[in-house]
Design a protein around this ligand. Structure first.
Ligand SMILES: [Zn+2]
Length: 306
């Protein structure tokens, strides 16, 4: 089985439109990630070989055995609002468990400005979940304090996800990769009064709907966009890497509950194939998004423009 060939792509990914909504990818990182088995312990060499013609070199570097990955936000501009979906790693954050995330100094805000959005213009911030690579730019350092980066935004936090990571709860289950994240990227937003706790089914602008996607984290969500008769799905980390299209059973080491996460991934991919959804994950390397079709026991991508 083989996927369509990869087309030339726009590295900034501007001008993507769904109905009357424009979508721009705001990059925080694009390059080598973990090794294949470091990310997916059940990954077998045969899997790469079977899909090599479309996965190499765009999504996998066989020399280093490392995945090629991206960490980006989606800037969603509707006729009424500017909305950010997922907030990447952020700058100056103390992340001792991952050198890629630790004490960065990246021009992500300049990239956001180049895409046509000053931080003060952002109306809503939506995070699919609270992992360190999805909430970093929620806050920035100002005069030695963490403060919300987007002063006029409401931050829509899912209640179940907030509860999962609330370190003040007696039943809190910590994760080493999440050290400091709640304190530096979530609590300052609560303290500023900008956090709004929401539940599944929450709708923004009559176009964006928060949907449940548990497994990766307890309160993990996807966000479905309906506009102009077309549909897109901001799928966060339900699927990290294109190798999980033909092999959806591959679970990442970052899943809180891999069994639940697998069912969520299967359901999501089946719906994406059936409804022709444009899939907008957070970590696919270029060309960053695709549609999917059922193929054998799994799925394959159809890249835009192919
Ligand atoms: Zn992630």
């Amino acid at each position: 089985m083989t996927a369509h060939p990869l087309p030339a792509f726009d590295p900034g990914l501007r001008g993507l439109r769904v109905g009357d909504v424009s979508i721009t990818r705001i990059e925080d990182y694009h390059g080598p990630g973990l090794t294949g088995t470091g990310m997916f312990p059940a990954l077998l060499p045969d899997m790469w070989e079977a899909q090599r013609d479309w996965l190499v070199p765009h999504f996998y570097d066989p020399q280093s055995s490392r995945l090629r990955t991206s960490i980006h936000s989606w800037l969603v501009v509707t006729p009424h609002h500017k909305i950010l979906i997922d907030c990447c790693i952020g700058n100056h954050k103390n992340r001792p468990s991952d050198p890629r995330f630790h004490m960065r100094d990246e021009p992500w805000l300049q990239r956001l400005a180049a895409a046509g959005a000053h931080p003060d213009e952002i109306d809503f911030v939506m995070c699919t979940h609270f992992h360190a690579d999805h909430v970093g730019w929620n806050t920035c350092l100002r005069d030695g304090r963490w403060v919300p980066t987007f002063r006029n935004a409401r931050y829509l936090f899912k209640r179940a996800e907030f509860d999962r990571w609330d370190e003040r709860r007696p039943d809190h289950v910590p994760r080493e990769s999440q050290r400091f994240v709640f304190a530096d990227s979530i609590l300052p937003v609560v303290e500023s009064g900008q956090a709004v706790l929401i539940d599944d089914g929450h709708v923004v602008d009559d176009r964006l709907t928060v949907e449940p996607a548990p497994g990766h984290t307890a309160g993990n969500a996807t966000i479905r966009l309906r506009a102009g008769g077309d549909q897109a799905l901001f799928s966060g980390d339900v699927i990290h890497h294109p190798i999980q299209l033909p092999y959806p059973a591959l679970c990442s080491i970052f899943d809180d509950d891999p069994v639940v996460g697998l069912q969520t991934r299967l359901d999501l991919l089946a719906a994406a194939a059936q409804d022709g959804l444009l899939l907008l994950p957070t970590h696919f390397a270029a060309p960053f998004h695709c549609r999917v079709r059922a193929a054998g026991a799994g799925f394959l991508p159809s890249w835009p423009g192919a």
